[in-house]
Structures are given as C-alpha cells and as structure tokens.
Design a protein around this ligand. Sequence first.
Ligand SMILES: O=P(O)(O)OC[C@H]1O[C@](O)(COP(=O)(O)O)[C@@H](O)[C@@H]1O
Length: 402
Amino acid sequence: MLSTPTIPTHPTTPFYPLKLLHYSQPKSQAIQQRNPILVGRDFGKSRMASLGGFGVKSQIGSSSSTVDGVTLIEYMGKRGIGLGDDLVVLLEHIQYACKRIAALVASPFGSSLGKQTTLGGGGGTGRDAPKPLDIVSNEIILSSLRNSGKVASMASEEDDAPVWISDDGPFVVVLDPLDGSRNIDASIPTGTIFGVYSRLVELDHLPREEKAALNSLQTGTSLVAAGYVLYSSATILCISFGSGTHAFTLDRSTGDFILSHPSIEIPPRGQIYSVNDARYFDWPEGLRRYIDTVRQGKGRYPKKYSARYICSLVADFHRTLLYGGVAMNPRDHLRLVYEANPLSFLVEQAGGKGSDGKCRILSIQPDKLHQRLPLFLGSSEDIEELESYGDVQQKVNPGYEV
Ligand SMILES: O=P(O)(O)OC[C@H]1O[C@](O)(COP(=O)(O)O)[C@@H](O)[C@@H]1O
C-alpha cells in the first residue's frame, strides 16, 4: 500500500468546474458498496465494463450530484498495485497536461491554432505568433514534466533531440504529443502517446546530450509504463504499468479520469482490418493477398472482414484494442520510439501483439530516435495469420502528399 503522493505543483481545482459534488459517504466506501465488481479484487476481470457498470450517478445540473468511481490517481496510489510514489506523481502531471490538451483540441480557439502551419504565419509575429497545436501540446507536456520534478529527459516526436530536464529525475519520457493533428480542423479524433522508462544511472557520467539520447533508445521491453490519451467524443486515458491494460474516461463534471475499462482483453480474433488501402498498388504481394483473403472471408476465420480507417493512430488503435482485428501502417511511417513501442506494450498487456510484420516490436533495439518502421497491432490470431504471409512490409514509399 502506498502513501499519498506528494502534491503536484499545478492547481488542483477541477479542470471542468461545472458543479460542486457532494458525497453522502466516504468515497472509497461508496465505491465498494455500489460497485461489487471492485470489492475484494483488483478491479475484477470484467472486460470493457461501461461507466454505467461502475455505478456512476451523475446529476449534473441539479443541486447535488453523486459520482462514484475510481480515479486514475486513486487507482495508482491506493490500490496497492506496487507503484512507487515517483510514478504516481509523474502520472498526475501527465494526466493534467492531457486534460489541458483535451480542452485545447475541443475549443474554438484551438481549431484556429491548428490551421497555422508555420510558426511565423497568421495573426502574430515572433513569440506572439500562433503555433500549430502539436507544438503547443508539446510545450504543455514539457512544462508539466518539468513541474513534476520526476523526469530526467523528454524525447518528443516534435523535437529533433531529447530535452534534458533534471539530473536526478528517475524517469525518461518518450512521446508523441498530438498524433493525428492533420485531422484537427475536421474534429476527427486525435491522441497523445507516451512511454516511461527508468533513467539509466550507469549513463549518468556522460554529457547531457549523449545520455539523453541513449536513455531514450531503450527497447520497449524496458518500459515501466505506457499509455495514450484519446481526444474524441470521450477523452480516454489508457495505460499499462506492466500488469494489464486499463482505461479511464474523463468525467468532465469533476475533471477526473475514472476507471471505465479495467483489465482490457483484446479479443484473440477480430473481424476488422484497418489500413490506408489507397496504397494497395504499392503494397507487396503478401499484404495484398492477406487483405484480399480476409475481406472475402477465406482466411483462417471464415467471416468476411470489414475495413475501418480513421487515419488517426490512437483512434484506430483504441477501436482495435476494444473490438479486435488488426490496425496497420505497412510503410516506414510510424516511429518506433514514440508510437510503436508504447502501443505494442499496451496491446501485449491486453493479450494482443505488436509486430513490424516479421518480429516483435518490443524486442527491436532502436538505433535512431526518429526511426520509422512498418507497424501491425492487434489480436494475436490476426497478427499471426498476417505474419504467415511473409511479405507484408511496404518498401515503396513514394512520398505521399497526405
Ligand atoms: O498516410 P498514412 O500512411 O495513412 O498514415 C496515417 C498515419 O499517420 C499519422 O497521421 C501520423 O503521422 P504524423 O506523425 O506524420 O502526423 C497517424 O495518426 C496515422 O495513423
């Protein structure tokens, strides 16, 4: 059992202060009484329980509301899942940053920020110039990680090199602050992806630049935690600390992430493939055969597969995690460090697989921070079947415009 983590350095008032909430009894007691699924077990094995399954009673708009649910911080700090206080504090800051990004992507002003494609363009100049949303999101997260006091270095998809933050920070964070930002003007879902490693103390003697880079190039098997936040009709933070994958849904009335999907188990077989199939004629023979086979219902699973492709990695991955199937980008496009490793960690913890078409993503030693590779994530049986076609990595990459 852990002690209460130290108070974070950001304001603790609810982010969406719609109503003051009144609890008729201590919250922990209420959780157990109203949510039998949580009593005496580590949140049970129920798959994809809905918020309703957790007895959420929200009467937003009335003078009193009762909301029961386990928040992310309660889950980490009070459920004895063996996480250190340092990690709890770090996650408190990451979730805070993601709530700010969630508000930004949903705001009318956020959308106009997203339209700026160069830092100097638009209505301002120099430091006052509007910035693209992915840059703003990057700055929001960097600031939160600095405030946490728990981070040695941050490597972001948005930066050429990692930022060294503090010599004694216990963690190294890798992230894509706002994936899918090209979709933002159409209000299509976007997401933040992150991975957390322990700082390699044996590198402490090296110059900052060098140790920042090497710390960020750890293999995915060394991840301490990984997660994503989906900004969609709901804002969902999905995380694994190495013992299952769990998702928390943002309750906009309190600003808390509430446990909504404990112990997610991806179905071993799905009926959905997710890929940009405008690239069909650039695909290798094996991948074409695989897709042609499953969509005709002639694969190992004798049902015709459906296609779903949002073109926003977090959203496509989230659906795959819940419904099963395979989400892929067969060309060298997605990044090993910022995207493939964290998502592979999550899918493996949910019982699925992450592959580059030939081998397990988590066992690949990154040699460059921005290294790109083909990525296949999904149900174990679907990934195995896909890999059996051998030739599934797209080598032709003719510089697609969009
Ligand atoms: O153009 P493709 O190959 O369909 O790639 C789409 C993928 O690229 C992404 O937009 C990420 O690309 P960026 O990192 O360049 O933004 C993902 O969200 C999406 O899954």
